[in-house]
Design a protein around this ligand. Structure first.
Ligand code: BGC
Length: 906
């Protein structure tokens, strides 16, 4: 017989094994539906500590046949692994539910209790009524569901410790931890989790997020020591924030902790942060997100986090009021050290000054490896740029000192990594190093929110792959529990304009569902009583109210969650607050024209009037809100906001459209692109406005952009929708100024804030993600992966690759909520080949263009002919229909993998 603890270990090992098998691929037994994989709860795999009453489940289906669907499912949720193993859903047995939903399936079992582990699995039935085997077991665990489950107080201190004595075997132990600032939790000498810079940056007085850790195996019978280090993070940061409303929120960091322990025999022990903890000043002399960490290793207290340490000189921890805000579970991937980098080169531009080049602009810090006399002070300074003489250029860091200082203890080989700061950098200047450092003296630590990668994109044109690489890096290095603008200077804020501009790109490349779910709640927390929103969330910088291109992140992110993940709950939860937001807009829109504005477009090359841009957003937001009302079944509100949108459109055309010149506002690319994208242009002028736009690009600017980041997000998909993917492509592969390719050619390894190559003291970050919106266009247009009109969550897919002249091949793949969707094409004279993957329970429209001069088109799928002599030939499994319109062939297919070959004579 196993004891409880051992049984739990075995269970987690089995869950782990299942997950490894699951991610390694699907094992098909006999023909038919294979067990579902990738079981998620609230978008997370086996989440610890969730605090939603009715969590949502999702899974991915696998079938050996094409054109398969889930016709029904059965979910079992059990209170123990054993019960689940016996197929007993004592907490919830959904029964056989007729439905094709494999995502957003809402839990409907018994009320969930606080701090409990639940085990779940499912099976499903296919179109012929065959059932799949049960999936492997997954788990989810609830956090502390009620405020009074937290028994402790907030306590302050730099180093905090407490010893506890446990009598008997530990069956189960969970630590619930949060801080105002950052914490590192240690038990019996070891760091508990891989999370760093935890908890997430929130509006602390309103909401603080806690993490849940399984500490069963960290505790033991007898004496145990708990140790916590605290850093200020965003909670105490005073630099640049002097308005009491935006910080510093607190004068010192504070900890709130609750550990619930179950001992053999049923006894429970609760440990919490309170005045019985001891506090002392540790080796971290100062820490700041912007300025870095100052660490004196001579002040380390070896053994402080182990039992038996003499803490007689330590004082009692101070209890403080802390935050009165809501304590919520942190339900998104944590910030982690995700990778290590070996520096690419090392130079010695001046005596005693060493400059390491990481070869990549990155976010995080470095590990320093050094040996020398006690008291030696090594200073590390982080920059994105160097001067021609090789010295670091700190000019674009603003007030951020961005340096770590380490004082050696002098005990042989020492290694140091900071805990409570991060930097955005490619270069590290090292001074004060005892002796001569080598490439082995530093290791780069890549740090950001550890979202999984869901997408891949590659094309035969190298510059596109280079841009994709820049987008990938810029996006990740700007995820620090919130989407940030940059990672190096004294900002790193949740600028909402940047967030909305890049969300669609981010959702293709990365697993963003849980991350944005959290950020949308942050936005709601930051909403002002009049319904307006700040420019940054949590509110730190910017205008109040924010510019509409920034405020609009609220409806837009909700909308993208709906489109990409089919997340209806987001719409439900935010409907009232969105309505307040729309009411705010309306209160500033006399005669249906909204005129408040600050940024307008941003970092643009041709200025577009901000009042026009704001008004377009007003129209967009009201139209989206009307659609949301429709989706939620609020027909009256949908109709009345739809009417309002119509009035705004009329007023906008009256105010900003010049029917003589066929231009909006002052006729910039941004102005005309926004109007065309949102279908604001009167029909009879549409063609002419398109001409104004494309003439401006091609003749006015020699096929270059003049937009800022607001305009360009509209422009690229618009050109594709207008049938001008050729022109969008020319812009995408452009390498002269201004263009993405120009950044690549000038050696960028992340995207810049400006189109210009600048390096002075003014605003010019070299790691901004906002121009990365073009990444979505890579997937949608070049890769061809799209949602069908009015479909959400990839139920109905449209694969429509834009086969542009200069490109021989492109491939894209996205791990969607319903499974992997991929599209890979190549083109050579007389042949278009397209491979497509459609997940089970989804279908797709596959659009294959022939070359314009091709005749006698024959299309094969695998080895069967599906089109010949001008007509569709049925009989290929999964292919349901086909039509031709000019040189465009469209096939309707069900799930499965397909390989199309279109040939013809020229
Ligand atoms: C940020 C931008 C932001 C802008 C708006 C800048 O300082 O870095 O990305 O959107 O301000 O004012």
């Amino acid at each position: 017989m196993f004891d409880g603890n051992r049984r739990l270990q075995v269970m987690w090992t089995l869950v782990g094994l299942f997950l490894i098998l699951g991610s390694a691929g699907v094992v098909y037994g006999v023909d038919g539906p294979a067990a579902a994989t990738d079981l998620r709860c609230e978008y997370l795999s086996n989440p610890m500590g969730i605090d939603v009453e009715k969590p949502r489940f999702s899974w991915v289906l696998h079938h050996t046949e094409r054109a398969e669907m889930q016709t029904a499912y059965q979910i079992l949720v059990a209170g123990s692994a054993e019960d689940l193993g016996r197929d007993a859903g004592d907490i919830w047995d959904s029964g056989k539910v007729g439905s094709s939903d494999s995502t957003q399936v809402v839990y409907a079992g018994k009320a969930l209790s606080s701090g409990k582990t639940y085990y779940w699995k499912l099976r499903y039935w296919d179109t012929a009524g065959n059932s799949s085997p049960y999936s492997g077991a997954a788990v989810f665990e609830t956090g502390l569901l009620a405020r009074d489950a937290w028994k402790g107080r907030w306590i302050e201190g730099n180093l905090l410790r407490k010893e506890i004595d446990l009598e008997g075997k530990i069956v189960r132990a969970r630590a619930y931890v949060t801080a105002l600032g950052y914490y590192e939790l240690r038990i019996n000498g070891e760091k508990v989790e891989r999370n760093v810079l935890d908890p997430a940056f929130t509006t602390y007085p309103k909401r603080v997020l806690y993490s849940t850790y399984d500490v069963t195996r960290r505790l033991r019978s007898g004496k145990n020591a708990l140790g916590v280090m605290l850093g200020g993070g965003w909670a105490t940061l005073g630099k640049r924030f002097f308005d009491p409303e935006v910080g510093p929120y607190y004068k010192a960091p504070a900890l709130l902790l609750q550990i619930n322990i179950e001992l053999e025999g049923g006894k429970t022990v609760s440990v919490e942060s309170d005045g019985s903890w001891k506090a002392a000043q540790g080796p971290i002399a100062s820490d700041s997100v912007y300025d870095g960490e100052v660490y004196d290793a001579r002040r380390e207290a070896p053994g402080w986090d182990r039992p038996g340490f003499d803490d007689a000189t330590w004082s009692a921890a101070q209890t403080v009021e802390g935050s009165k805000g809501t304590l919520s579970a942190q339900m998104m991937p944590p910030i982690r050290v995700v990778d290590s980098m070996v520096p690419r080169s090392l130079s010695n531009p001046k005596p005693g000054v060493f400059v390491f080049d990481m070869g990549q602009n990155m976010s995080g810090w470095v590990e320093l490896r050094v040996e020398g006399p006690a008291g030696t002070q090594v200073t590390l300074r982080f920059t994105e740029l160097v001067y021609p003489d090789g010295m670091i250029n700190r000019e674009n860091l603003g007030e951020a000192k961005s340096r770590d200082i380490y004082t050696l203890k002098g005990e042989g080989q020492e290694t140091y990594e900071p805990r409570f700061t991060y930097h955005g950098f490619r270069y590290v200047e090292v001074t004060g190093f005892p002796g001569t450092p080598s490439l082995d003296s530093l290791r780069g630590r890549v740090v950001h929110t550890a979202v999984g990668t869901t997408g891949s994109f590659a094309a035969s044109k190298q510059i596109l792959n280079d841009i994709q690489r820049l987008i990938h890096w810029s996006q990740l290095t700007n995820l620090f529990s919130i989407p940030t603008d940059c990672d190096q200077r004294n900002e790193r804020q949740g600028w909402m304009g940047d967030a909305q501009a890049t969300a669609e790109e981010a959702m293709m490349n990365f697993d963003m569902a849980a991350f944005y779910t959290n950020f949308i709640r942050d936005i709601r927390d930051a909403q002002f009583p009049d319904g307006s929103l700040p420019d940054t969330v949590p509110r730190k910088y910017g205008g109040v109210p924010g510019d509409l291109g920034w405020q609009t992140a609220y409806p837009l992110l909700c909308w993208y969650m709906w489109q990409q993940y089919g997340d209806r709950r987001i719409l439900e939860e935010n409907y009232d607050s969105l309505k307040k937001y729309v009411a705010f807009l309306r209160s500033h829109a006399q005669d249906n024209v909204y005129r408040l504005h600050w940024e307008g477009d941003w970092v643009e090359l041709a200025h577009t009037p901000g009042d026009y841009i704001g008004d377009v957003w007003y129209y967009y937001d009201v139209s989206l809100f009307s659609k949301m009302a429709q989706i939620l079944g609020k027909a009256d509100e949908a109709a009345s906001y739809g009417r309002l949108a119509g009035q705004i459109k009329d007023a906008l055309n009256r105010t900003f459209f010049d029917a003589h010149t066929d231009n909006y506002a002052n006729g910039t690319q941004t102005a005309n692109a926004m109007a065309l994208s949102l279908d604001l242009v009167p029909k009879e002028h549409r063609e002419a406005v398109v001409r104004s736009l494309t003439d401006d690009i091609v003749y006015g600017h020699n096929t270059h952009l003049t937009t800022g980041f607001i305009g360009v997000k509209f422009l690229m998909p618009l050109l594709t929708n207008l049938g001008r993917s050729d022109l969008a492509y020319d812009l995408a592969v452009q390498t002269t100024y201004p263009s993405w390719g120009y950044m690549v050619e000038r050696g960028a390894t992340t995207l810049w804030e400006l189109w210009q190559d600048k390096a002075g003291p003014a605003m010019n970050s070299h790691d901004h993600i906002m121009f990365g919106s073009v990444g979505a266009w890579f997937y949608n247009a070049l890769g061809g992966i799209n949602l069908s009109a009015d479909s959400v969550g990839y139920e109905h897919i449209r694969i429509a690759p834009q086969i542009v002249e200069d490109l021989h091949s492109a491939s894209a793949s996205v791990r969607t909520v319903r499974g992997t969707v991929s599209s890979s094409w190549s083109h050579s004279p007389g042949l278009v080949a397209l491979e497509v993957t459609v997940p089970v329970s989804s279908d797709a429209q596959i659009v294959i263009p022939a070359e314009s001069q091709m005749t006698d088109v024959v299309i094969r799928e695998g080895d069967r002919v599906v089109w010949e002599n001008g007509r569709y030939i049925s009989g290929d499994a999964g292919v349901k229909a086909a039509t031709q319109e000019g040189r465009i062939f469209t096939f309707q297919v069900g799930s499965g993998n397909y390989s199309f070959r279109l040939t013809g004579s020229e």
